[in-house]
Design a protein around this ligand. Structure first.
Ligand SMILES: Nc1ncnc2c1ncn2[C@@H]1O[C@H](COP(=O)(O)OP(=O)(O)OP(=O)(O)O)[C@@H](O)[C@H]1O
Length: 507
């Protein structure tokens, strides 16, 4: 049988509810969103054996995939999907719910039965009570064991989504690397490792397991001596790594990945676009581990030509053929509460313009993005724009902010120091290159200034996404681009590509 069915979910979804009578089965109307999601459905087998209520379904329609053959509780739970999930036509055989009210299902209810209770307690202690849109859509699919491409706005909580999957599959009694998260920068790696450790940390209540989960950060810039001896003595459960350091260890056989159950590639489009990362990444996906033994998760807020990427994933065997592309808010690639503005001035007026903006906006904390110095400018003996800007701000800005610099060429220790300082709170003004544009989570950032216009729309999206990072907050955040009149049409192109509107600002 190849078709769609829906049932009325007016009651608890328990054994009785599953014994639906034929009158409650009907074809859903083919709305534009459902036609977009042509799912393959093979057989109609419900888990009649299940005898406990699984989830309360608010009174609306559910589309249920009859392909729920593996009838265990978590998998049945995993068959509830949101209408807003964009699933690729070629690969999907899962169901969708067309239910706005499942917005109110707590994170615990989605994870219960899959994620250990002590982790769920930590999740709640850390204040994660309701799922974000991507978590709500992705977690059931992730728990079902499918490979996934998590494609959702910046600051939408993709990290917690894949970490919850990891905590659902690892066995802390085993001494082996069971999950690997690959990130593009040291800063993002430090951040992800910190969240993983916070979740793994013991809460006030006793934990049933004898051993707890260990998280190793294997990041470029360190000597890696400590990590080498750690790997030899007792492998960590989760590794968060940058590709350079990881490949060093893999080539020397210091890390073994045969027990790896989850592989996450965060900021996946960045990794595939980076010429010095791409060959290592392909090796990791194909040679160092096999798609058969692992669940592969790719995450990013920007996956240009995602259909082509999905095709490549299958063709190149980076993922299994039934990989699911989960695209939350596809028509709104940036969080709507970010207000975009631009200010036109000549290049020589930019410092004065920025100082005036800082004075009038009085940001709580802000990031000023500057492009990396060009080779031509270096050869001409010009000082880097970042250094000049830091001097200008230190001498002329009286806003009481800590003024910090984050760029590639400062040494890793200073980079780490800047980053940890930012995370300790207090008002800051961070001058940064695009190194801070990807993944970095500084939720107190209220304003972004593009001192230089980003080089393309994807960079604009990620820079802008360093603000507006409190998922349930309504407060407005602001991105301001300081541009020349000639650059206006470039910004206009980004507006068209990313579907947002930018207001002109006059000082
Ligand atoms: N369920 C939740 N409830 C409240 N806050 C959450 C929830 N999930 C994540 N957050 C918070 O949202 C912020 C952004 O999360 P995260 O860094 O995972 O975003 P992201 O989707 O990876 O963004 P980017 O694409 O920019 O890397 C973090 O500060 C995180 O603590």
């Amino acid at each position: 049988m190849r078709d769609w069915f829906s049932i009325d979910g007016r009651s608890r979804w328990n054994e009785e509810a599953i014994k639906i009578n034929s009158s409650s089965i009907r074809r859903p109307s083919m709305t534009s969103s459902s036609t977009e999601m042509l799912l393959q459905v093979h057989s109609w087998k419900f888990p009649f054996s299940c005898n406990k209520p699984l989830i309360t379904i608010p009174p609306t329609l559910l589309l249920i995939s009859p392909s729920v053959e593996r009838s265990s509780t978590p998998i049945l739970k995993s068959s509830i999907y949101s209408q807003r999930t964009s699933i690729s036509p070629i690969t999907s055989s899962f169901s969708l719910s067309i239910n706005e009210e499942d917005d109110h299902i707590p994170l615990r209810d989605i994870c219960e039965g899959c994620v250990p209770d002590h982790i769920l307690r930590r999740v709640e202690e850390l204040g994660y009570l309701m799922p974000t849109e991507i978590q709500r859509q992705a977690l059931p699919v992730l728990f079902s064991g499918r490979d996934c491409i998590l494609h959702a706005q910046t600051g939408s909580g993709k990290t917690l989504a894949y970490l919850l999957l990891i905590f659902s599959v690892i066995n802390t009694q085993r001494s082996a690397v069971q999950a690997l998260i690959v990130v593009p920068t040291r800063e993002l790696g430090m951040q992800v490792a910190k969240v993983a450790r916070m979740l793994a940390a013991k809460s006030g209540q006793p934990v049933s397991e004898d051993k707890s989960c260990t998280v190793m950060a294997l990041l470029d810039g360190g000597t890696l001596r400590r990590q080498k001896s750690w790997l030899k003595s007792e492998p960590p459960t989760i590794i968060v790594a940058t590709l350079g350091s990881l490949c060093q260890m893999l080539e020397k056989h210091t890390i073994k990945l045969e027990s790896m159950r989850v592989l996450v590639i965060d900021e996946v489009d960045f990794m595939f676009n980076s010429s010095h990362e791409v060959s290592s990444l392909r090796k990791l996906l194909i040679s160092y581990s096999s798609i058969k033994n692992r669940q592969t998760i790719f995450a990013s807020a920007s996956i240009p030509q995602h259909r082509r990427f999905l095709y490549d994933c299958i063709q190149q065997k980076w993922t299994k053929a039934d990989v699911v592309h989960i695209h939350a808010n596809p028509v709104q690639p940036m969080p709507p509460r970010i207000h975009h503005r631009f200010l036109i001035c000549s290049r020589s007026e930019r410092h004065t313009a920025l100082l005036s903006l800082l004075q009038s906006d009085a940001p709580q904390s802000a990031i000023v993005f500057v492009n990396v110095q060009s080779e031509k400018s270096k050869k001409a003996g010009n000082p880097p724009a970042t250094t000049v800007l830091i001097d200008v701000l230190k001498n002329s800005h009286g806003g009481g902010h800590e003024i910090l610099l984050l760029e590639e060429k400062i040494n890793f220790n200073s980079r780490a120091a800047s980053f940890s300082e930012l995370r300790q709170g207090g008002a800051y003004l961070l001058v940064a290159t695009d190194i801070a544009g990807r993944g970095v989570d500084l939720p107190d950032t209220t304003h972004i200034y593009n001192f230089d216009l980003p080089k393309d729309a994807v960079h604009y999206l990620h820079r802008s996404g360093r603000t507006g990072r409190k998922p349930f907050s309504e407060s407005k955040c602001v991105v301001t681009s300081i541009i020349t009149s000639e650059e206006r049409f470039v910004l206009q192109r980004y507006e068209n590509e990313l579907m947002f509107h930018c207001d002109e600002l006059f000082l």
